[in-house]
Design a protein around this ligand. Structure first.
Ligand code: NAP
Length: 291
């Protein structure tokens, strides 16, 4: 039985862990939000540990607003680097394990002929990506078992994400314009949480410092939006536009599909396509009357 502290439990990914936790009742999951455990506050972390000791931290906490980060560099650094560093120090001190999440945005997106694998060199082009890379490097220095899962374009029934934005837009507008020249592979948070918890005691989980977890085939935002609207059966026209027609504060890498062979081979996982996961996500939203 693993005793796991999941930080950032009110965030999108944190809620995915909450959603599947009861499927893994042989493990003890202690889900804590920022008010309960601020990852920058070692005292709160220690207090939690003294009350209920855990042997692994899954860190779902993060500063994730890509555009705001451009003007809030210190805030992004505080959580994505200093917070992670603080967790690492705590994990080393207590001799426990740590699992962290990073992003495809550590890459510059200029590798067009194949997906990025874990050996490719990161080169972030925005502040969010830079702070996430600093966090990865902090994890790599840990003198306790550690690993980072790079994920991308996270979607789920929870929090704010592109799928929910499109659902809302399609209900209030007759047409939407969506960027079609940014390529990647999305990650369904529920699948990720389930996959990770199912392999939490796998002997090779900490064999590598970095894994990529995302769902093929490679796609773009326009295709995802079209699929959502098609599955919902709503009358809303989706038109492709280019990144230059949709200016944003932070630069986005143009092509960051993640190669997932390492995680699939090492942990004996078979990652399903994002379209199938999307159907599940919409069913979950409908069942819970969110849409
Ligand atoms: N979303 C994506 O598309 C995406 C893509 C690739 C990678 N990732 C990575 O996946 C991880 C989870 O992302 P997410 O989408 O679930 O993010 P999210 O929805 O923004 O949730 C992040 C959570 O972290 C909490 N938090 C912020 N600062 C904290 C602190 N100092 N101590 C404790 N908790 C703190 C936030 O609390 P408050 O709500 O109270 O601020 C929030 O609940 C992050 O590492 C992110 O970089 C996400």
């Amino acid at each position: 039985m693993a005793k796991i502290l999941v930080t950032g439990s009110d965030g999108q990914l944190g809620q995915c862990f909450k959603e599947v936790a009861n499927e893994f009742s042989k493990h003890k999951l202690l889900l804590v939000n920022q008010a309960e455990v601020d990852i920058n506050n070692k005292k709160k972390l220690s207090n939690k540990y003294e009350k209920i000791p855990f042997d692994l931290i899954i860190n779902c906490a993060g500063y994730t607003n890509v555009d705001k980060a451009e003007n809030e560099v210190a805030d992004a650094e505080e959580v994505n680097f200093l917070g992670v560093k603080s967790l690492v120090e705590f994990a080393e001190e207590k001799k426990i394990k740590i699992i962290h999440f990073s992003t495809d945005f550590v890459f510059d997106g200029k590798l067009y002929n194949r997906s990025y694998n874990e050996m490719d060199t990161p080169n972030p082009i925005n502040i969010y990506g830079k702070t996430k890379l600093s966090g990865e490097n902090a994890i790599k220095k840990a003198k306790c078992p550690h690993t980072t899962f790079r994920i991308a374009w996270l979607f789920s029934p929870f929090g704010n994400n592109f799928i929910k934005t499109i659902i809302k837009a399609s209900r209030s507008k007759n047409s939407v314009n969506i960027v079609s020249d940014q390529w990647g592979k999305p990650t369904y948070g529920i699948d990720l949480a389930r996959a990770l918890l199912s392999r939490i005691e796998h002997p090779d989980l900490f064999k590598y410092e970095t894994y990529h977890y995302a769902q093929g085939p490679k796609t773009n935002w326009f295709r995802i939006a079209s699929k959502v609207i098609n599955l919902l059966g709503v009358n809303c026209n989706v038109s492709p536009i280019s990144t230059s027609d949709y200016p944003s504060v932070a630069k986005r890498p143009l092509s960051t599909p993640l190669d997932t062979s390492r995680v699939e081979d090492t942990l004996a996982l078979s990652i399903r396509d994002w379209e199938i996961a999307l159907e599940d996500c919409l069913t979950n939203l409908q069942t819970n009357e969110v849409i």
